[in-house]
Design a protein around this ligand. Structure first.
Ligand code: UTP
Length: 229
């Protein structure tokens, strides 16, 4: 039987900066190739589009829950774009909830989802789906090459951590910002869910596709692995 694998794909690494769609095509190619021996559940984030809409909505006076809804809609929009790139191998719409994702997974090699409810990010959706499916491994495909002791963009002394336990991850990500549209390496709620369900979580950059493929295949890769150790 094929291994079930959940990927949380950050919107930022998926979306092209301009009219060039080669990045999304290249990621789709890696995913399609991996789907030959794995059943893949892809939870897609809102990325730059979410941030833009959330900023505009905030300036217009919307509350956080309303802004979260903008984020959810943009994540589903991004999932639809990825579905186009994946073609017929993928379930044709982003699943709106876990029941739909599970039943679509019985018929399709690849299923996508975006956000579900206000109050968390698509990382948390990925963790909940992974728990629901009893998967052993979740991969967070993001814009950084793993978890650091501090934000490497702000702190030059930040150190990359190759392996850690769930409590260390929870401690690091809980220092992040709150409110709609946060941009931390992994959602704190997601970190708590992977701990309670003991789901090994691998954090990997989506910009190096050879390395991403290694992570998907559970080979040595550059990134961070979070487990019970
Ligand atoms: P993302 O999952 O895209 O957050 O959701 P992110 O951390 O900015 O991720 P990247 O950059 O794509 O990796 C964007 C926003 O959408 C709302 C939240 O406001 C979140 O910050 N959202 C998303 C929800 O409220 N619920 C969801 O289930 C998903």
């Amino acid at each position: 039987m094929k291994e079930d694998l959940v990927l949380s794909i950050g919107g930022s690494i998926l979306l092209p900066e301009d009219e060039n769609v080669s990045d999304i095509e290249a990621i789709a190619e890696v995913i399609l190739d991996a789907s030959e021996d794995k059943k893949l559940y892809l939870v897609v984030g809102g990325g730059r589009t979410a941030r833009k809409y959330i900023n505009w909505g905030r300036k217009l006076g919307a509350n956080e829950a309303t802004l979260d809804d903008l984020g959810i809609e943009t994540s589903r929009l991004n999932a639809r774009l990825l579905i186009i790139a994946l073609g017929k191998t993928a379930y044709s719409v982003p699943a709106k909830n876990f029941d739909e994702a599970v039943s679509a997974g019985n018929h399709y090699p690849i299923v996508t989802m975006g956000g579900t409810h206000p109050g968390h990010t698509t990382d948390a959706v990925a963790a909940m789906l992974a728990e629901r499916l009893h998967v052993k491994r979740l991969i967070n495909v993001t814009s950084v090459d793993g978890v650091y002791t501090a934000d490497p963009k702000k702190d030059p002394n930040a150190e990359h951590i190759e392996k850690m336990d769930y409590d260390r991850l929870i401690e690091i990500v809980s220092k992040g910002e709150r409110g709609a549209g946060p941009n931390i390496v992994f959602d704190p709620l997601a970190a708590k869910i992977v701990k309670r369900a003991n789901i090994t979580t691998q954090i990997v950059s989506g910009y190096d596709l050879d390395n991403l493929r290694k992570a998907i295949d559970d080979l040595d890769f550059v990134g961070t692995t979070v487990s019970s150790i």
